[in-house]
Design a binder for this molecule. Structure first.
Ligand SMILES: [Zn+2]
Ligand SMILES: [Zn+2]
Length: 135
């Protein structure tokens, strides 16, 4: 499955506030986010009933893995969005032949499929599609 191609501009001040107030957020939020940044939906292609989701930050907390996501629907003046700190998806892809384990990069209870079944159409133009290019 191909990756969704939706892009949106970051709601900068709200995103900064979320980064600054989340547990395990960056020390200095403006260092990790620029005001003119655009965010790409990370999910596999989906229909309009599903929110787009762009990854913003991985929290560094000792016991829980959770990430900050921007979730949105619509575009332009019709865009509705929210910032949410969500636990990571527990799914892992194990490839016995190569002994690699690829964790899903999405949040828990995301719409199907998992990230390791999604191909970035832009990335494929640069690198040949391999299923196990993990280090
Ligand atoms: Zn999307
Ligand atoms: Zn997943």
């Amino acid at each position: 499955m191909l990756q969704c191609t939706a892009v949106t501009d970051v709601p900068y001040h709200e995103a900064l506030l979320a980064l600054a107030t989340m547990e395990g957020g960056p020390e200095h939020a403006p260092d990790v986010l620029a005001p003119d940044e655009f965010l790409l939906c990370e999910l596999g292609e989906h229909d309009e009933s599903v929110e787009h989701a762009a990854y913003l930050w991985a929290a560094r907390t000792p016991d829980v893995d959770q990430d900050l996501w921007l979730l949105w629907t619509g575009a332009g003046a019709h865009r509705l969005y929210r910032l949410a700190v969500l636990p990571v998806c527990p799914a892992r892809l194990r490839e016995l032949a190569t002994r690699t384990v690829t964790p899903c990069a999405y949040f828990d209870h995301h719409p199907a499929p998992h990230s390791f079944h999604v191909t970035d159409p832009l990335g494929d133009l640069i690198a040949p599609p391999t299923s196990n290019d993990e280090p």
